[in-house]
Design a binder for this molecule. Structure first.
Ligand SMILES: *[C@@H]1O[C@H](CO)[C@@H](O)[C@H](O)[C@H]1NC(C)=O
Ligand SMILES: *[C@@H]1O[C@H](CO)[C@@H](O)[C@H](O)[C@H]1NC(C)=O
Ligand SMILES: *[C@@H]1O[C@H](CO)[C@@H](O)[C@H](O)[C@H]1NC(C)=O
Length: 343
């Protein structure tokens, strides 16, 4: 586990992904140590790591957040992102140019830029501080103050890290172009989320005086926006158009690719049944929701195979009363719940 030679070997077999750095938490932790841990990265990232050791804790945190957010955002889908925990040893679902890989590249790029922008604002990084106050008036009763997220610095360093040349040039030229495009989509969604936030002051919350700053959306919001883009992602091919290669929609009637569309190269399996070659784990034994009509419904999640129902007894605190002074006393109630699990 975590031996540098393993990482290098995997890369030589061209199995290493631009998102390899998502495996950093497994190796590192937050006590960052140059000689040991920078070496786990791809060559261009290694240089950046040595030059910017101070941002590495933010990058490790971003890797953790990316893993957690992806699983949370896809918890009710057939593909539930559990394979991201294998980082840096990804399976075909994330190594080939699938829709799922598109989502993860975009989320990872957004998360790392977000993390650095926030770290600047919180005073954690010596080379950056609060984002610039914007020109213009923040609105009635407002004044600029506080400390904004430093989006500019986050985007710059985040892109340098996530898109570093060799890291992204793994795989075919087509998947390189697709990865770069999707990372840029992640950063565009993040940039577009920069908004004026204000805090009220004044007598008993009257909000007669406000302090305002420019802040980014939460990563939860960014992740759900990217999930919507995942659902409408466009299948492309990497083709010569005039003098250079571009990402062109595969379907003749598809809309043109814009800088906010996620793109992918190959169709994903339906993830219904296990198939290791395709990176599908199948949905057997997944818990489904009988009253839902969405992706977590037993019908969709179990792919029409049906489900088994189990009755389970859960214990809860109930009939709680406040007792003078000063405790809350509850009884324990038992309740039966039905759980439905895919066949
Ligand atoms: C980094 O880790 C290595 C091996 O664990 C150790 O020998 C070295 O002293 C550490 N360096 C720092 C600066 O902590
Ligand atoms: C995600 O799906 C896999 C494969 O079906 C399953 O083993 C795992 O328990 C699921 N994770 C969650 C949190 O539901
Ligand atoms: C199941 O789906 C229904 C309807 O969408 C929702 O209200 C409920 O919270 C879901 N239950 C669980 C356990 O997720």
């Amino acid at each position: 586990m975590g031996h540098p030679a393993v990482t290098v070997l995997l890369c030589q077999l061209s199995l290493c992904a631009a998102i390899q750095w998502l495996g950093l938490p497994e190796h590192g932790g937050l006590g960052w140590n140059e000689s040991q841990q920078c070496r786990l990265l791809l060559p261009e990232q290694l240089q950046l790591c040595r030059r910017h050791l101070e941002v590495m804790p933010s990058i490790v945190r971003a890797a953790r957040h990316t893993q957690a957010l992806c699983q949370q955002t896809f918890a009710d889908m057939r593909w539930n992102c559990s394979s991201i925990q294998r980082a840096p040893r990804f399976g075909p679902d994330l190594l080939k140019g699938t829709r799922e890989a598109a989502f993860v590249h975009a989320l990872a790029a957004a998360t790392v830029a977000h993390g650095i922008a926030r770290a600047c604002a919180s005073g954690e990084l010596p080379l950056c501080s609060c984002g610039p106050g914007p020109p213009g008036d923040p609105g009635p009763g407002g004044r600029w103050g506080g400390c904004g997220d430093n989006l500019g610095y986050g985007l710059q360093l985040g892109a340098a890290f996530a898109d570093s040349a060799r890291a992204a040039r793994t795989g075919t030229p087509g998947s390189h172009a697709v990865n770069l495009h999707n990372s840029a989509v992640g950063r565009t969604v993040l940039s577009d989320s920069l908004d004026t936030k204000c805090k009220c002051h004044g007598v008993s919350g009257s909000c007669s005086v406000k302090t305002c700053w420019k802040g980014l959306s939460s990563l939860d919001e960014i992740a759900s926006e990217l999930k919507a883009k995942y659902l409408t992602a466009i299948k492309v091919s990497h083709r010569l158009v005039g003098p250079r290669k571009q990402l062109i929609p595969k379907e003749m009637d598809a809309r043109p690719v814009t800088e906010t569309d996620l793109v992918y190269l190959i169709n994903s399996p339906d993830y219904c049944t296990p198939n290791l070659q395709l990176g599908s784990l199948g949905t057997q034994d997944r818990q489904c929701n009988k009253s839902s009509v969405g992706s977590a419904s037993c019908d969709l999640l179990c792919c029409g195979r049906g489900y088994n129902t189990y009755t389970e007894e859960v214990q809860e605190r109930c009939h709680c009363r406040y007792r003078w002074c000063c405790s809350v006393v509850c009884r324990t109630c038992r309740r039966s719940v039905h759980r439905h699990v895919c066949k």
